[in-house]
Design a protein. Sequence first.
Length: 66
Amino acid sequence: MQTATVRWAGGEKFVATIPSGQSIQFAAGSTHADGPGPMETLLGALGSCTSVDVAMILAKKRQKLE
């Protein structure tokens, strides 16, 4: 099972270390001055995951992605 570690970085900032070893800083404040918010990151991740699936399906069917 893959896990991520999230630690508080002070104020409204949090740093997540993901299974690949990379770290992502999140800003919980309304201005998101120090990084993306958790919800907008989740939205981007869902969109990216869906896009990868579609691209792989099209590649298997030898269809050109436009």
